[in-house]
Unconditional design. Structure first.
Length: 511
């Protein structure tokens, strides 16, 4: 019996075994959202996990926010912004906003938030996103000025990517306290966190913006996808994400739930340790990296394993990001050329290499696609030795600490910043925590790209970057993802293209 049939039967069996009363959704004032993996903390600048970004949106606010219909960035805690000169931005703040503890939101909170993130001694994950900012000056209670290190074209986009935290919490409570006690200005407040089980949020009735339709959000941590689907169909959950493509029919034909699909700003790849962070390995040789790219029929995997739910990319840059070069064509499978390159690199009989893998938390059908990739690699002599770490936090920590294998699964959601810089700096620049590639020529281009306000010039720089990393076969390039969500028929919600679920936008479905 195939994997697909087994998963389907397990879902159906689970549903049939549930008592009828358990199938009815609980309180009408609660929306239930499922995640496969829990957050490491409730301090979004101190985490790289997508789950932290998502939960952060519920309890905190950002200076700016993206309009999901137009894709444009508009006001949130900031009401307006302008450049005073090439290196100075002035931002006006919303008045009458309060933190969950009752203290008013002012310019001092903005300064404290950025000062904390930019402090190199704090070593917060988000620092790399904002290092172009040299200083933040309080002009008055509702005006701040940002001084940047040269022109900073991503300033407005980056305002969507840092939650505003309380100066009082930062200075009086401190870092350790903030890991589990979020004090934000957002539409919900955290009531309880039972680690690896659930988070319970309650509506912030003093919220400055539109009030959420549901009083409570219950975030359930459900590692198994089959269980998530069963809970969705039985009424125990309202929204799930990263639905496997081969399970869409199960949901759509259930009569009680549906799927929603959208291209998302996330690029999938296999990182190769060109920088030798894990020690000497074959991927330090460009010919071996090129061979790995030529070995795999990515188009066939997208078609047959992902059911078409992927957009092939020539590099790590996503088609939805500013700077994407559509003229650059991806590698096509060429087994003979791959074998020839391996022989030239000194591996006529191939080699065995470690392959670090994780669960399909943000990337649908990840086990199946990696299995297909491994099979193609084996055809040219690259034999993979699998190491599996299912929980996202520990997996990401291994990568961050240089303890991954010479090849590992990776995808990047750009912190939902629609610009090539948001992946190039973090995942491809020398010395960054999540980069296993180092090329000084690339670093120079990355800095150039984030240091001019001329968008035409930036696009030209990013085209050069993509040609460089393609020819150098920096990683094994896969695809831009299309996300699949499962949604209960009792609520209105649609797949978000920025991959940030917002339960405060969920409304009861009209009958």
């Amino acid at each position: 019996m195939g994997r697909r049939q087994c998963l389907f039967l397990s879902v159906v069996t689970f549903v049939l075994l549930l008592p009828a009363l358990a199938r009815a959704q609980g309180k009408d004032d609660t929306v239930v959202y499922a995640l496969q993996s829990d957050v490491q903390n409730w301090d979004p600048p101190n985490s790289v996990l997508r789950e932290s970004i998502i939960l952060g949106y519920h309890v905190f606010d950002h200076l700016a926010a993206r309009d999901l219909k137009t894709g444009k960035v508009g006001p949130s805690l900031a009401t307006s912004w302008k450049t005073l000169d090439d290196t100075t931005w002035e931002v006006k703040l919303r008045q009458g906003v309060k933190f969950h503890d009752g203290t008013p939101f002012t310019a001092r909170d903005v300064k404290a938030t950025f000062d904390r993130v930019l402090d190199p001694e704090k070593k917060l994950t988000a620092r790399g996103n904002h290092v172009k900012i040299k200083s933040v000056e309080v002009v008055d209670d509702h005006t701040v000025r940002f001084k940047t290190d040269g022109p900073y074209p991503l300033f407005v986009e980056r305002m969507t990517a840092l939650v505003m935290q309380s100066e009082r919490a930062i200075k009086e409570k401190g870092h350790e306290w903030m890991q589990e006690n979020p004090i934000g200005t957002g539409p919900y407040k955290l009531v309880r966190w039972t680690k690896k089980q659930e988070h319970l949020l309650v509506r912030n009735d003093d919220y400055w913006g539109p009030k959420p339709a549901f009083k409570h959000v219950r975030v359930r941590i459900i590692p198994e996808q089959a269980t998530q689907i069963a809970e969705l169909i039985s009424g125990g959950v309202d929204v799930i994400k990263a639905v496997p493509p081969d399970q869409m029919d199960v949901i759509d034909k259930s009569g009680v739930a549906r799927t929603s699909t959208a291209p998302i700003l996330r690029t999938a790849m296999l990182q190769l340790d060109q920088a030798a962070r894990t020690g000497p390995n074959p991927f330090t040789d460009r010919r071996v990296r090129q061979a790995a790219n030529l070995a795999v029929d990515m188009d066939a995997i997208i078609k047959h394993v992902l059911n078409g739910l992927g957009d092939r990319t020539a590099t790590t840059v996503n088609p939805m990001a500013f700077g994407y070069d559509a003229s650059l064509k991806p590698y096509r499978q060429d087994v003979a050329a791959a074998k020839k390159l391996l022989a030239e690199a000194g591996y006529p009989n191939g080699f065995e290499v470690g392959f670090l893998q994780t669960g399909p938390v943000v990337e649908p059908a990840l086990p199946q696609t990696s299995e297909a990739i491994s099979a193609d690699l084996a055809k040219v002599g690259i034999r993979t030795r699998r190491r599996y770490v299912g929980e996202t936090g520990p997996f990401v920590n291994l990568v961050r600490d240089g303890k991954a294998d010479p090849m590992f699964e990776w995808s990047w959601g750009y912190y939902s910043v629609f610009d090539a810089d948001a992946i190039l700096y973090d995942v491809m620049k020398c010395g960054e925590a999540y980069s296993y590639y180092c090329n000084k020529a690339l670093d120079d281009l990355i800095i150039q790209g984030r240091s001019t306000l001329d968008q035409k010039k930036r696009a030209e720089i990013y085209a050069r970057i993509q040609r460089l990393i393609f020819e150098d076969a920096a990683y094994v390039f896969k695809w831009g993802l299309r996300g699949v969500w499962g949604i209960s028929q009792r609520v209105e919600y649609q797949a978000p293209r920025d991959e940030i679920d917002r339960m405060f936008l969920v409304t009861p479905r009209k009958k």
